[in-house]
Design a protein around this ligand. Structure first.
Ligand SMILES: O=C(O)C(=O)C[C@]1(C(=O)O)C=C[C@@H](O)C=C1
Length: 320
């Protein structure tokens, strides 16, 4: 593939996206069993930042081409056989070394030599030392990212060992993807993971939950240092998304307070309470400080009071 693939320290560039710096990426597609579910080039869930394809033996070229058709999303490919490597090199933006390949030194080396970024899954039962030792053997790769697939429970998609994945990230400095299963998207982002890996079979709802966790939890917990206008605006958009959720929640709570106070609304405004909440916020936002926060919070408070007058029933009813 003629796509640009480059590595910056601790980040791995996969065509148009970067793992390890910037937003948490949603990676969706194949895998999920020790051998990797071999999938066709179907569309995968909408909203994924990266596709993960496990082409069937001998069909890598055709299935990669089908996966690319109509969607400008970077594609990772998990080869089935050694004979598929040239097609992967030609048609994928990164190569996945799945559990079935990771412990085969010749195959690991051959995958790394393709010159693509490598996504190295932790083989079943591998401890941190073994996983990082395998990563160190990826000479020639255009960067290495780790993927923590977790162990499956009966009837459930696998969920990552987040403690192990976080330790791998800290120890190696490499970006790490981890499988959130059906319930741990927010926890996976909070654990510092750089990508959420949704194995084959994940539907639109799981992809949407992953995207939401990447946006909201990422905005709160993931430091960003964007270098381009587009990436800086993307980071602002994520922070604004989190702010919107919090503002809506705050307005509902303020509405509850209005119904609980002896005198609610603008008539019951409490200047001392407002001053104290601004001072408390300034301790978490020292660069903005009280003087800049005060007018912001005044606008927020007044919007809440107006909402409680316009739509008094919209908030939750106080209990007891
Ligand atoms: O805490 C209260 O008394 C409220 O009515 C809530 C609230 C707010 O939105 O935080 C709104 C108006 C008051 O002047 C102070 C604070």
């Amino acid at each position: 593939m003629s796509s640009t693939v480059q590595t910056v320290a601790h980040t791995v560039r996969v065509r148009s996206v970067t793992l390890g710096d910037g937003p948490v990426l949603v990676v969706a597609g194949a895998g999920g069993s020790p051998d990797g579910d071999r999938a066709d080039g179907g569309p995968g869930p909408a909203g994924a930042d990266v596709r993960w394809l496990a082409p069937r033996p001998g069909r890598a070229a055709a299935e990669l081409a089908a996966a690319r058709a109509g969607r400008d999303v970077p594609v990772l490919a998990e080869p089935a056989t050694d004979a598929d490597l040239p097609a992967v090199a030609a048609g994928a933006d990164g190569v996945v070394v799945g559990a079935a390949w990771a412990r085969d030194p010749a195959r690991l080396a051959a995958a790394a030599r393709l010159g693509l970024p490598v996504v190295l899954q932790r083989p079943p039962g591998a401890d941190l030392a073994e996983w990082l030792e395998l990563a160190a053997r990826c000479a020639g790769a255009a960067g290495v990212a780790l993927c923590e697939p977790g162990e499956g429970t009966a009837g459930e998609p696998p969920a990552a060992d987040l403690g192990l994945a976080a330790a791998a990230r800290e120890r190696s400095g490499l970006p790490v993807l981890a499988a959130p299963g059906t319930r741990l998207a927010a926890a996976t982002v909070a654990a510092g993971m750089d990508g959420l890996w949704l194995p084959a079979g994940a539907g639109e709802a799981e992809a949407a939950a992953a995207r939401e966790a990447a946006t909201l939890v990422g905005a709160l917990l993931r430091p960003q240092s964007p270098a381009t206008l587009a990436s800086a605006r993307g980071a602002i958009d994520r922070v604004d998304a989190a702010l919107a959720v919090l503002l809506e929640r705050r307005a509902a709570l303020a509405g509850t307070v209005q119904r609980l106070k002896p005198v609610g609304g603008f008539a019951g405004r409490d200047a001392e309470r407002e001053r104290r909440l601004v001072a408390a916020m300034a301790r978490r936002a020292p660069r903005l400080g009280e003087a800049r926060l005060a007018p912001i919070m005044n606008a927020v408070i007044e919007a809440g009071l107006r909402l409680s007058e316009d739509a008094p029933a919209a908030g939750p009813r106080p209990r007891g």
